[in-house]
Ligand binder design. Structure first.
Ligand SMILES: [Zn+2]
Length: 156
């Protein structure tokens, strides 16, 4: 059961990994790592490019792609170039991060849903989705901190 939950979360992460906001290694502004719509978790070979709209830095993934070796999903770096993510913030000693604003919204919706669930709303609808996020994100006493941190990130 535990491994199935993790797998689901990984699969979702790979969907969000199609467009990842990172810190430009050249100027530290926001840059975009783009797989051009490829689902990287399944692909054997992918075309991936990082582009900074601020300084013009760009780079293609050059090395031979060995998925099991080079793809890093689930950490505060992009899965391909391993550049630091743009959207990350510390919350109560944990690092909250998201690949994109879309991913951030996904996380926020699930935490908000857990809050409503606690208040007696939408119980059965939200039951399964909360399990897809790491436990510390949805811990009952931390949800409001999480939502505040997300709000801060959104204005970054
Ligand atoms: Zn740049």
């Amino acid at each position: 059961m535990e491994s199935r939950t993790k797998h689901t979360y990984r699969t979702e992460l790979s969907e969000f990994a199609k467009e990842v906001l990172v810190e430009c290694p050249n100027c530290q502004h926001q840059a975009l790592v783009n797989t051009f719509g490829e689902t990287v978790y399944k692909a054997e070979k992918v075309k991936v490019r990082v582009v900074c709209g601020y300084c013009g830095f760009n780079k293609d993934l050059e090395r031979i792609w060995v998925r099991s070796k080079h793809l890093i999903l689930g950490e505060a770096i992009d899965p391909f170039f391993h550049l630091p993510l743009w959207l990350k913030i510390e919350v109560n000693g944990n690092l909250l991060w998201a690949y994109s604003f879309e991913h951030l919204r996904f996380i926020e919706e699930h935490i908000a849903a857990k809050l409503r669930e606690r208040n007696g709303f939408e119980h059965f609808k939200t039951r399964s989705v909360g399990a897809r996020l790491p436990r510390w994100m949805t811990a009952a006493n931390r949800r409001e901190d999480m939502l505040r941190a997300i709000e801060k990130l959104r204005s970054k």
